[in-house]
Design a protein around this ligand. Structure first.
Ligand SMILES: *[C@@H]1O[C@H](CO)[C@@H](O)[C@H](O)[C@H]1NC(C)=O
Ligand SMILES: *[C@@H]1O[C@H](CO)[C@@H](O)[C@H](O)[C@H]1NC(C)=O
Ligand SMILES: *[C@@H]1O[C@H](CO)[C@@H](O)[C@H](O)[C@H]1NC(C)=O
Length: 738
């Protein structure tokens, strides 16, 4: 078995972009250049730079008016978080949720860098990703898969790595959706009203990381917060993002999320997209001439427009787009054929590495996996093959037909090709003696028939979700439940009940309830493959046949029932977030509910042992009061010490372990989740080899948000330290006292 997770191509992609970004400048220098330009611009040009040219008014999904007085283009903004929508060819990478499941900083960064190289090659100035909202408090939430995890720490690390990779390539990243847009139902009318502590410790947390990672732009979301639309919300845009987080870039509206001329301008929006409104009334324009008039009559100060333009120009200079940036090389509206081919074999390799290393092995009885060369192998389910009408047959992937490798909505792209599981398995076994029997529908009796005479069966099942503007099989974005689609439980039952040992592969946007499947004694293995993008089949066979040990870990909890999560989407137009801090594993832990597979869980083909925990943490208790810099108070990210432990590969094959650090707060911190992820490290280990996992703790990692004083506070007392292989498989414990 070869070394596991960091492909040499990931390293090569990173080295290439690091070289290209060598002449990076600071935000202050960027702002100076922007300020110098401001003086040269006419009022009309300034208005044009903050206003979109209307939907389908330019080649990209978002375009601004180009000024003539300075060398600055019509800015091109294009979806999305896993690839570039509408353009082709592009590489369709595994979704954010798969990148999160790798828990591999370098690989996540390489994915970002590869996406950024393609964006730049296509002349795209702003790539609309990564997604770090929704956080995924609702397990059925339609867009959870666009982001990385329902834990804010993992979400923040993964988003920051993605942004740094993208921006080193030269494209501006756009952190979205800001903020508290947790469900698709009524997303444009619902008001999210959480308490201030919940906002800071869960939903705002990953945005600190992205601002600290120098993200160029942030997209405000569709929903309201405390009754006011996010894109005209002074508290959310000015007080939190530009104030507490020190964000120096610009805020762009989600497409159609602007609802006013004056309030949006005065309360912190910097760019409107796509420029014209879709519905209210159709074609109406809030900025453009209306913004000019509002400045003329004094309802919006001139300084506000100048600030918008300065922020937009600063971000453009900050990522170096004033240096020979390519022109737009495709149009979204004519099939998207690009005049350049921006895909490379290395980008395909990164996609395959993420597909492979995001696979979470949930169950593996009697070492059923890896597979050798069985005499006969039955491949069962419509998810084993590409949609017979073509991988891109459904607009924005708005159907669940054929193998599932992306969710649906604006965060998707056109597959250049899609390696399905069946072809990858055929490729793997070519020339051997294994007889492959197939049943590539979801018909249970046909599946059973194929399985009956086979030595081993692999059943493929799915669960899909997406953006609410498309309804798929009666699911209006958010999922209706956590069951497998197409009666996947019945398909697995029928196959397993033939007596043939059955391996279940799950392609899913998030958790599904596995109890019916686990009740079948012949289900010997369960492989969670997420939504793995164009290299789906290859990533899977790399693991199934033991070329690589599985090394993904769950980026969320799999419960025994949907009720166990204590939360689902609502038809109400108000969500008070009554669950507060207690979502996903924080909820299961607090309420002592046994999950089926806990957050952070994942098996390997080898085993790991842990020993020698060392805890060295010292900090002053009390508030964090440093000056605000880019990312927040400067002392918030100060190191307060480290926790370390030895991790060894105690099995017989090479593998990678994600060592995880969780912290329990002292009682002086009011009602805090029993443990919270505060560090992780993925270690690649040969049999018998040991390495040191080292977790650096920042002041934020031991703080809570005190809503009364509006400060991050380090509580005093004894903190518990947990190091382990998952959130429940704790191998070592320690403590420190502050
Ligand atoms: C683009 O380049 C890739 C190699 O990186 C190649 O496989 C593919 O066929 C090319 N596509 C087109 C449309 O030229
Ligand atoms: C695992 O192996 C044991 C002993 O050979 C056998 O009794 C058991 O049925 C096997 N379990 C499965 C799920 O195949
Ligand atoms: C793991 O176990 C082996 C065998 O007992 C031992 O030699 C090794 O030191 C252990 N490694 C760690 C990190 O505990």
């Amino acid at each position: 078995m070869r070394p596991v997770f960091t492909s040499t191509t990931a390293t090569a992609v990173l080295q290439a972009v690091a070289l290209a970004s060598a002449q990076a400048i600071t935000w202050d220098e960027a702002r100076e250049k922007a300020s110098a330009d401001l003086a040269a611009l006419t009022q009309d040009e300034k208005i044009g730079m903050v206003s979109g040219v209307t939907w389908e008014g330019g080649p990209c999904v978002g375009n601004t008016y180009a000024p003539e007085s300075i060398a600055y283009p019509s800015l091109c903004l294009q979806d999305g978080p896993l690839s570039l929508r509408y353009a082709n060819p592009v590489t369709v990478f595994p979704a954010g949720i798969n990148a999160g499941a790798t828990w591999d900083r370098e690989l996540i960064r390489a994915r970002g860098a590869a996406m950024g190289e393609q964006a730049k090659g296509l002349g795209i100035n702003v790539q609309l990703g990564p997604a770090l909202g929704p956080l995924g408090k609702i397990p059925t939430g339609g867009r959870n898969w666009e982001g990385f995890s329902s834990d804010p720490y993992l979400m923040g690390v993964a988003a920051a790595q993605t942004i740094e990779g993208m921006q080193e390539s030269g494209v501006q990243a756009c952190a979205k959706h800001y903020i508290l847009n947790e469900q698709e139902h009524n997303r444009e009318t619902i008001s999210s009203n959480p308490d201030d502590r919940t906002v800071h410790e869960l939903y705002l947390w990953p945005f600190y990381d992205t601002v600290k990672a120098n993200v160029a732009s942030v997209m405000c979301s569709y929903n309201k917060i405390d009754g006011t639309w996010t894109c005209e919300n002074d508290e959310v845009l000015n007080t939190l993002l530009k104030g507490q987080l020190g964000f120096p870039g610009y805020v762009v509206s989600d497409w159609n999320a602007q609802h006013s001329t004056v309030d949006s301008a005065n309360n912190g929006l910097d760019m409107t997209m796509p420029g014209s409104d879709f519905n209210d009334p159709p074609g109406s324009v809030y900025w453009g001439d209306n913004l000019a008039a509002a400045i003329q009559d004094g309802s919006v100060p001139q300084e506000r427009l100048d600030d918008m333009v300065t922020r937009i120009l600063s971000s453009w200079y900050f990522v170096g787009q004033d240096q020979d940036y390519p022109a737009v090389a495709f149009s979204s509206w004519d099939g998207g054929a690009a005049t350049v081919n921006v895909t490379t074999p290395e980008h395909g390799d990164v996609a395959r590495a993420v597909a492979r290393d995001s696979i979470v092995l949930l169950k593996n009885s009697n070492q059923s996996l890896p597979l050798g060369a069985p005499a006969s192998l039955a491949i069962i389910g419509s998810d084993a093959i590409v949609n017979p009408d073509g991988a891109n047959a459904c607009v924005d992937r708005g159907c669940n037909t054929g193998t599932l490798a992306q969710g649906w909505g604006s965060g998707t792209a056109e597959f250049p090709y899609l390696v399905d599981p069946l072809s990858a398995i055929q490729e793997q076994l070519a020339g051997g003696s294994t007889e492959i029997v197939t049943s590539t529908t979801d018909d249970a009796s046909a599946g059973a028939e194929a399985a009956a005479s086979a030595e081993t069966a692999i059943v493929f099942i799915t669960a899909d979700a997406g953006e609410g503007y498309i309804t798929v099989e009666d699911n209006a974005g958010d999922r209706n439940n956590l069951d497998p689609w197409h009666d996947g439980n019945a398909l697995v039952q029928a196959v397993a009940q033939t007596g043939t040992p059955t391996i279940v592969v799950v392609h899913s946007v998030g958790p599904i309830i596995l109890e019916t499947i686990l009740a079948e004694p012949n289900v010997v293995a369960i492989v969670w493959a997420g939504i793995p993008g164009q290299e789906s089949g290859h990533g899977l066979t790399d693991v199934l046949f033991g070329d690589t040990s599985p090394s993904g870990k769950l980026p969320y909890t799999i419960g025994k029932s949907e009720e166990d999560y204590g939360i689902t989407w609502t038809q109400d137009l108000v969500d008070d977030f009554p669950e507060g801090l207690f979502i996903d594993y924080r909820y299961f832990d607090q309420n002592e509910i046994a999950p089926r597979y806990e957050f952070g869980f994942g098996l390997s083909y080898t085993t790991f042992n842990y020993s020698g925990i060392k805890v060295s943490v010292t900090a002053e208790s009390g508030p964090t009061v440093g000056e605000i810099v880019v990312g927040g108070p400067e002392d918030l990210f100060e190191s307060v010490g480290t926790v370390s432990a030895s991790v060894g590969n105690s099995g017989t094959v090479s593998g990678a372990e994600v060592a995880q650090l969780y912290i329990g707060y002292p009682e002086s911190a009011p009602s805090t989740p029993p443990k919270q992820l505060r560090g992780f490290q993925k270690l690649n280990l040969e049999p018998g080899e040991s390495a040191q996992a080292e977790f650096d703790l920042a002041r934020r990692d031991i703080s809570y948000w005190d809503a009364d004083s509006q400060e991050w506070v380090v509580p005093s007392g004894e903190f518990q330290v947990y190091v382990g292989s998952s959130s429940r498989d704790i191998r070592l414990t320690g403590s420190f006292t502050i």
